[in-house]
Structures are given as C-alpha cells and as structure tokens.
Design a protein around this ligand. Structure first.
Ligand code: 6CS
Length: 350
C-alpha cells in the first residue's frame, strides 16, 4: 500500500550570513585570496551536510593537509546549509571568496554543459573498478579541465558517490510508470531532458528544497544516492526506492582557478600530496555508507526497496538514448569529444 507520510522538515537551509558577510566585505578580492596569513586558511564548501560522503572527503583532506603542511594550512569546512545552494557555492568559488569546494555536474552543467556527461544514463562502465579507471583517464580529465577552467574553476578531482536511486510515491518499473510523475531533479537542463524522455514531468530544485517539496506534494519523486535518501530523510515521505543502476552520482572537487594558479610551490605540493590516495579512500567510504544505509533504510520498514531487472533497465536505456544528442547540442564540439572519449573508454574494456 502506498501512503504519504508527513513529518517536520529534515533540514532548514540556514541563513546566508557568511555569504552576505563576504559579499559586503570592504576587503578587495586579492586580500581575501591572500595567502599571507599565518596559519593560512583554505575555505572548503560542501554541497552536502555533515556525515555525508562529501563531508568524509573534506574531513580526510583537512587531516592530510594538516599533516603534510605541518599545521601551516588549516581547512575550514562549510557544510551544506551554512553558505548557500550548489550554484551559489560555485559562484563563491569563482569569485575567490571560497577557495575550494564540491561542484556537482547535476547543477554545474547549467553553466558548464560539458559537465552533463556525468548525468547521462547507462554511459560509464557498470563495473566499479572499470568506472573508476575511466574517471581517472588523463585525456578525459584534460578535456573536462579545459571546460572548468573557462569558467574560472580548476578541476582537482572527480568523486563518484554511488548509484543514483529513485524514490517515489509509486512503483517505477517502466518508462510508462513515469507518465505524469513530477520528478525532482538537480537543476541542469540536461536532467530535465532525460526525465522527460522517460515520460516524467521534471521539477528542477535545489537540494535544500526537496524535503519540503515532498511534504507539500509539489513533487512525487526524487533521485539521489542511497546515503542521501537516509541522511536527508527523504524516505520518510516516499513509498518506494528503486535501484535502476543507470547513473552514478558523481561530483567534482574544484578550486578557484586564479587562486590555484597563484599558489606558491609548497602550497601546491601540499595540495597535491594531500589528495594522493583520495580516490581509493572515498570509494571505500561511499561503498560503506551506501550499503550500510540501505540496510538501515530496510530496517525502518518505512520504504519498499526494489531493483530493476536487466530487461526493465533496457527500456530506460533505450528511452534515455536521445539524451546523448541533447548533450552534444548543449556541450558543442568539446562535448562531442568528451562523449567520444567516454564511449571509447567503455568500449576498451573487455
Ligand atoms: O540532489 C542534490 O542536489 C545533491 N545530492 C547530493 C547527494 N549531493 C549534492 C547535490 O547537490
């Protein structure tokens, strides 16, 4: 039986005091970007709350940086809700008011269409090891890095956070089940194209508004990795969790490009050293968070958990195929090169 449940909002987006304080600052930008202070503070903005995969990445990075710099660099972490929505965080990084942070393609592709490659369904290898190899491909990273750079961002790392699942007020086994479903997506237009190709009515919203949109019945479903469904409490308001294994949630760690370029030799080396081994670290964390939290969700008994069969997945694979065309329309020649590179990487694997 499918029922809707109503509870108090899981999070309330905190005020943007910090953001306003920075924007109204009398200090010129070059002072804010200055590295003369002792210890040097690097601000790091998260698109997720404390206890999330992004938080685990940032906490580990802070620790490692402290060690390699012998305490000279301190990282201040701003969890989601403390300074703004994803596009706002990205703007703060572009302006250099925050040096580092996460920028997820599901939002970022609005301004950098090339980033949309990570939201295309059934594209990257299904096998985790092969997927991680593809994400680390130097040619792919170079093409993506150029696009990020044109938008004042330096692409540091690509961080997979686990398979996206659908949560909804109904069973979703075929594109026909999406007919008329108001599906919350991240804000990039390509995601709307994809869910429209399934028959849904896409509703792009910031992450912070998803719980209340479910509560007020403005949306019928949303899509995110399992760990997020638990920590953002979306399961409280949804009846079915479906695992289509169509797309992984992928985010990127970015820096302000000018700040990165002007780092002194030591700082740049420490930044590099602190990130060594991070892909292996975060992959373990995301697997652990997603599998443990799936069991926790099961234990609540609040949401039915199901997975699509290969045959059912094929119907979505076919329906979503036209998104490749939308991606190339939006991301142009470089987008075509990126898509061709990913297809080649996927073909390369036996
Ligand atoms: O759905 C979103 O908007 C967000 N989901 C996650 C898991 N991370 C950040 C992103 O903005």
């Amino acid at each position: 039986m499918i029922t809707r449940k109503h509870r108090a909002p899981a999070i309330i987006l905190a005020s943007t005091l910090f953001l306003n304080a920075c924007s109204n600052s009398e200090e010129p930008l070059d002072r804010i970007l200055s590295e003369e202070a002792d210890p040097v503070i690097w601000r790091f903005a998260l698109e997720e709350i404390s206890g999330s995969v992004q938080d685990a990445w940032a906490q580990e990075f802070r620790q490692r940086l402290q060690t390699v710099s012998d305490g000279e660099i301190q990282v201040e972490i701003y969890p989601y809700g403390s300074i703004g929505t994803s596009p706002e965080l990205t703007s703060l990084i572009r302006e250099g008011r925050v040096q580092l942070g996460f920028a997820s393609p599901g939002h970022l592709a609005t301004s950098i269409p090339e980033a949309g490659i990570f939201v295309l369904p059934f594209l990257f290898p299904e096998d985790t090891t092969r997927n991680n190899e593809a994400l680390g491909d130097p040619e792919l990273n170079e093409l993506l890095g150029e696009a990020w750079q044109e938008h004042k961002l330096h692409l540091l790392d690509i961080v997979p956070e686990g398979w996206m699942v659908w949560t909804s007020d109904r069973e979703l086994r075929s594109p026909a089940d999406f007919e008329g479903l108001r599906m919350r997506t991240m804000t990039a237009p390509l995601l709307s194209d994809i869910y429209r190709s399934y028959g849904a009515e896409p509703v792009p919203l910031p992450y912070s508004e998803v719980y209340s949109a479910l509560q007020t019945e403005q949306i019928d479903g949303q899509t995110n990795p399992v760990f997020a469904v638990l920590e953002m409490k979306f399961y409280e308001l949804q009846s079915v969790l479906t695992q289509p294994r169509a797309t992984r949630f992928v985010s990127t760690v970015v820096a302000n490009e000018a700040w990165y370029r002007n780092l002194n030799e030591d700082h740049r080396r420490w930044l590099q050293e602190a990130r060594e081994g991070m892909p292996e670290f975060i992959d373990e964390v995301q697997q652990e968070y997603n599998s443990e939290r799936l069991e926790q969700l099961r234990a609540t008994g609040a949401i039915e958990i199901t997975a699509l069969t290969d045959e059912q997945r094929d119907a979505f694979r076919q329906a979503g195929q036209e998104a490749h065309g939308h991606y190339i329309e939006q991301a142009g020649k470089r987008g075509r090169n990126i898509l061709e590179r990913v297809l080649r990487l996927t073909d390369d694997v036996p």
